[in-house]
Design a protein around this ligand. Structure first.
Ligand SMILES: Cc1ncc(COP(=O)(O)O)c(C=O)c1O
Length: 427
């Protein structure tokens, strides 16, 4: 597994100096290179949609949009973020198992490309909201297929799941395309799982999804205007993992996509990607506050921890595995010691790294958790102990941009209300 972005220690020192720690740094040049590499290799008919859930920062979304990514959103705020970041409505899809009426209404008011519907109950609500507005809503069906993905870090389909509608149920709903007059079925979406590191698995999933989409549209009698093949492309985090080889992936996947595109030249083919586009770009920087030993083990107690980087605990795996962690200003020094890297929380689980090989550490050392651009603070308990969100910086073409200010005490208290303790009259 190679390292993270190409940024060097002195640059990180400057950023820490200027913006303070804990800090997320995203290498925009790395994001650009990665997107262009993937875009250049994959079949031109396949459109890449950025899944904002991986990193919802508006500047990250805007950067990817300038590169040609579209947007897959899963909340009202993500929808507004994508629009403010410059993504055109026709390039936005909205999915998620528990959409609210307000979210569905916003999808229609913004006239986004499609709502990815996750249940028949949701379809009825879409129909109601659309009818109220006097529009016909374009809808893609999210299918939970009968087949499961192999080799994914977290399985989202092919099992009992709250996502999508089971394949067999959909095939039994033969009047679905006509049952709801304010709904226009126009596509199929399947998302099988995340953190896939095998090119062959992606190819096999795609083949099966395309075949399923065709069969379903045929059975239910709607035109296949779009197929979203999910994605789930992973990046290597842990020892023994290997990054996907984009050229190998393209070589194997493109013929499958090409065959489909020839048969369905007017169908949009979509791949939705979060982690793969942004993970490698990110470094979570913390500064060591105290060093200590406890019962023979070294601890570097730092100014940030799992409150900003829950994924570093091991992404749901039972075996504890470390993200790549380095001493940013001392990368040339031999890593002769093993350090537990902990944060400011009052829980033993607040360890971003366990027995990490590092040089001897001291107070003030700058540590970097690499490959941390996806599912960082957005997927972490940032409010625990009221520390709040960390600052985020985007480095692009030699300039650094503060793209999120860190929360301060005022921010943390802003939405709390002190109850009125004045004695009442007892009534
Ligand atoms: C439906 C759906 N689409 C896209 C994504 C983004 O996945 P990834 O970050 O692995 O690309 C997820 C992640 O859970 C998802 O559930």
């Amino acid at each position: 597994m190679s390292g993270a972005s190409e940024r060097q220690g002195p640059e990180f020192s400057r950023l820490a100096e200027e913006y303070g720690t804990p800090l997320y740094v995203y290498d925009g040049d790395e994001i650009t290179e990665r997107f262009r590499g993937l875009r250049g290799a994959l079949h031109p008919s396949l459109e890449v949609f950025y899944s904002l859930k991986a990193n919802p920062n508006i500047s990250i979304c805007a950067l990817l949009n300038t590169l040609g990514a579209r947007a897959e959103v899963s909340s009202l705020t993500e929808l507004v973020t994508a629009r403010k970041a410059g993504v055109e409505p026709r390039d936005i899809i909205f999915l998620g198992p528990g959409k609210s009426r307000a979210e569905l209404a916003a999808c229609m008011d913004e006239a986004i490309y499609t709502i990815v519907c996750e249940s028949v109950g949701e379809l009825a609500l879409i129909n109601e909201v659309a009818a109220e507005r006097g529009v016909v809503a374009p809808v893609a069906l999210r299918v939970n297929p009968s087949f499961a993905v192999k080799g994914s870090g977290l399985t989202m389909g092919g099992k009992p799941r709250q996502f999508g509608t089971d394949e067999e149920q959909l095939f039994a709903e033969t009047d679905l395309a006509t049952r709801f007059p304010a709904v226009r079925l126009m596509g199929v979406q399947v998302y099988l799982g995340t953190r896939i590191l095998s090119e062959d698995v992606v190819v096999e999933n795609t083949t099966r999804i395309l075949e399923l989409a065709e069969r379903l549209a045929d059975k239910l009698g709607f035109p296949l205007e779009m197929v979203d093949i999910g994605g789930g492309l992973g990046v290597a985090y842990f020892d023994g993992e290997r990054d996907l080889d984009v050229d190998v992936l393209a070589e194997k996947l493109n013929p499958v996509l090409d065959a489909f595109a020839r048969r369905f030249p007017d169908t949009r083919m979509i791949m939705e990607l979060g982690r793969f586009l942004v993970a490698v770009s990110g470094t979570y920087m913390v500064r060591v506050r105290y060093t200590k030993t406890s019962m023979g083990e070294n601890f570097a107690v730092s100014d940030g921890g799992t409150n900003h980087h829950m994924a570093a605990v091991g992404i749901g795996s039972y075996v504890r595995r470390n993200f790549p962690i380095v001493a940013l200003e001392r990368e040339d020094e031999p890593t002769t010691e093993a350090w537990n890297v902990s944060g400011p929380l009052c829980t033993p689980n607040d360890l971003v790294g366990k027995k990490v090989p590092l040089p001897p550490l001291a107070t003030g050392d700058l540590l970097g958790v690499q490959r941390s651009g996806a599912y960082g603070p957005t997927a972490s308990p940032v409010h625990f102990l009221s520390h709040g969100y960390p600052a985020e910086v985007l480095v692009l073409e030699g300039r650094s941009h503060l793209i999120r200010e860190r929360d301060d005490v005022t921010d943390m208290l802003a939405r709390q209300r002190l109850y009125d303790a004045a004695p009442g009259d007892g009534s």
